[in-house]
Design a protein around this ligand. Structure first.
Ligand SMILES: O=P(O)(O)OC[C@H]1O[C@H](OP(=O)(O)OP(=O)(O)O)[C@H](O)[C@@H]1O
Ligand SMILES: Nc1ncnc2[nH]cnc12
Length: 174
C-alpha cells in the first residue's frame, strides 16, 4: 500500500515563483488515494464530539463532505463572496497578496453547536482564522480543525493558538 504522501504531486513555482504547490488532484484521481485521504482525516476525529462539519470553497468541500456523510453530520459550506443566496455573515482576510472575503449563511450554525473545520491545507492560516471568526460570530464553538496537509514553515498555527489543529501530512517548509 502506498503512503498518502506518495499521492501528492508537488509542483515547483506554481502559481508563482518560490511556491511549491501541493496538488490534491493527484490524490483524488486515484481511488486508493481518495479512500486513504478521507480515512486518515476522519481518523483524527475518532474521539471528538461535534455537531457539524464546516468546509471552505473549494477544496474544503472535497474533503469535508465525505467525512460529514460518513459520520452522519451536516455539512456547512463557507463560500467566496457573493455566492450564497440567503442572509450571510462575512469576513475579510489577508491573502499573501491582497485580501479576500468569505461568507456563510447566518442560519447555518446555531449558538452552542460544536464545529469541526475540514480543509485540504494550511499555509498562512489566514483562511482558517477567518472561518473561526465567522463560526464564533454565530455562537459556534470550534472544537477541532483537520487538514490533510500543513506547510509548517509558514507558521499558520501561530494564528490558531488555543485551538485544536491537526494535519495528516506535515511539510517542514513552505
Ligand atoms: O492557510 P492559507 O494561507 O489561508 O491558505 C490555505 C487555503 O488556500 C487554499 O484555498 P484557496 O483560497 O486557494 O481556494 P481553492 O480551494 O478554491 O483553490 C487552500 O485550499 C486553503 O483553503
Ligand atoms: N503551497 C500550496 N499548495 C497548495 N495549495 C496552497 N494554498 C496555499 N498555499 C498552497
Amino acid at each position: 500500500m502506498k503512503a498518502i504522501e506518495e499521492y501528492v504531486r508537488s509542483i515547483p513555482d506554481f502559481p508563482e515563483p518560490g511556491i511549491i504547490f501541493r496538488d490534491v488532484t493527484s490524490i483524488l484521481q486515484d481511488a486508493e488515494g481518495l479512500h486513504l485521504a478521507i480515512d486518515l482525516m476522519q481518523e483524527k476525529l475518532k474521539d471528538v464530539e461535534f455537531d457539524v462539519v464546516v468546509g471552505p470553497e473549494s477544496r474544503g468541500f472535497i474533503f469535508g463532505v465525505p467525512i460529514a456523510y460518513n459520520l452522519h453530520k451536516p455539512f456547512i459550506p463557507i463560500r467566496k463572496k457573493g455566492k450564497l443566496p440567503c442572509e450571510t455573515v462575512s469576513v475579510e482576510y489577508e491573502l499573501e497578496y491582497g485580501t479576500a472575503t468569505i461568507e456563510m449563511h447566518k442560519d447555518a450554525i446555531k449558538p452552542g453547536q460544536r464545529v469541526v473545520i475540514i480543509d485540504d491545507l494550511i499555509a498562512t492560516g489566514g483562511t482558517n482564522e477567518a472561518m473561526v471568526k465567522l463560526i464564533e460570530g454565530l455562537g459556534g464553538k470550534v472544537v477541532k480543525t483537520v487538514f490533510l496537509m500543513e506547510l509548517a514553515g509558514l507558521n499558520g498555527r501561530d494564528r490558531l493558538e488555543g485551538y485544536d489543529v491537526d494535519a495528516v501530512i506535515t511539510y517542514p517548509g513552505k
